[in-house]
Design a protein. Structure first.
Ligand code: F6P
Length: 357
């Protein structure tokens, strides 16, 4: 195997460049491979000419390690098996992706993505007979087979820092501050930052709450901080979503404003809402994200070059390993409502907005 491709797919996050760097340095220096960076995920393989460049190990310096986003670009729409055409129809154009890969003369592919992108890339690799190894990234931390996915810890630091900044202003004005954080569809960022940042209340998709219970809890407070996960449901059980022109849900947004509206008539304190949004995905990766990303990049190369294909690189039991992709992305991790972190939060007096708890 002398020529391998690397691409990033799905939503970006901090640490992707560190993983690409790990792939390029190890594949070039240890195995003498040429690494092609494929631009814009699968879009780069659909485009003609194919969007890809040889990545020079000399360019993989410390700036790359520190930089947020992905210098290759990425895409989180346009599934090649159900691709939206200009005339409004959907077509399977996966063969175009496969042809694009073979046009580069590549011997194998490393894809850095979340569970959705990895499933698509796996299907393409099987259909096109492409040796494929995946690296997990997601700020949502919902890939259950790995203790760490690239991006989560940096997003957590950003959310925690935001809580540190909200506390003083909440106290100065005797206000209730609601911080809406990302997480589709799991509440890991909310739960973890709520503990790390000393929140009074954490609202999660995994634990139903009652508006009246939240109001009763807040009545005894002069100021308070509520962290809410974007995927938390309204009291009715509906999610707060944004839809595209076809009426399909594209993302979550609005649960913070919903809570503010529902609570405003029930408590006397003023309420302000901060939606943290994509700030959680940007910026320089924290040290651990750089370390996991580098370890994943190096191990993905070793796995591919050892002839193991259809593998997901994971961090498990303090080590980097590879497991079958089906095993890897088949395990979804939501917040364990009986787990240590929920018990820790309860032990600290943090409310989940439930009735009679
Ligand atoms: O899956 C990562 C994620 O950041 C989610 O937490 C969030 O709901 C979604 O992507 C946002 O997607 P987009 O970048 O399309 O707005």
């Amino acid at each position: 195997m002398k020529k391998i491709g690397v691409l990033t797919s799905g939503g970006d996050c901090a640490g992707l460049n560190a993983a690409i760097r790990g792939v390029v340095l190890h594949a070039s220096h240890h195995y003498g491979c040429t690494v092609y960076g494929i631009r814009q995920g699968t879009h780069g393989l659909i485009h003609r000419p194919v969007l890809a460049d040889i990545l020079d190990p000399k360019d993989m310096n410390d700036d790359v390690l520190r930089k947020g986003g992905t210098f290759l670009g990425t895409i989180n729409k346009g599934n090649p098996f159900h691709f939206p055409m200009k005339d409004g129809t959907y077509q399977d154009i996966s063969q175009t992706v496969i042809d694009g890969f073979h046009a580069l003369g590549l011997d194998g592919l490393i894809g850095i993505g979340g569970d959705g992108s990895t499933a698509i890339l796996q299907k393409i690799s099987k259909a096109g007979n492409i040796p494929f190894v995946a690296i997990p990234k997601t700020i949502d931390d919902d890939i259950g087979s790995t203790d760490h996915s690239i991006g989560f810890l940096t997003a957590l630091d950003v959310a925690t820092d935001s809580l540190d900044r909200l506390h003083p202003t909440a106290q100065s004005h005797n206000r209730v501050m609601i911080l809406e954080v990302m997480g589709r569809d799991a509440g890991h960022i909310a739960l973890n930052c709520g503990i790390a940042g000393g929140a009074d209340m954490i609202l999660l998709p995994e634990i139903p709450y009652k508006i009246d219970a939240i109001a009763a809890f807040l009545k005894n407070k002069t100021s308070a901080i509520i962290v809410v996960a974007e995927a938390a449901e309204r009291e009715s059980g509906e999610k707060s979503t944004v839809k595209n022109e076809l009426g399909n849900v594209t993302r979550y947004a609005g649960i913070g404003d919903y809570l503010s509206r529902e609570l405003s008539g029930k408590i006397s304190a003023e309420i302000r809402v901060t939606v943290l949004g994509h700030i959680q995905r940007g910026g320089s990766p924290c040290a651990k994200d750089r370390i996991f990303a580098s370890a994943f990049g190096v191990h993905a190369v070793d796995t591919l070059l050892a002839g193991r294909t259809d593998r997901l690189v994971v961090w498990s039991g303090g080590e980097v390993k590879d497991i079958s992709i089906n095993d890897g992305i088949g395990i979804y991790r939501s917040v364990d409502i009986h787990g240590s972190l929920v018990r820790t939060a309860r032990g600290l007096g943090i409310s989940f907005g439930e009735e009679n708890v």
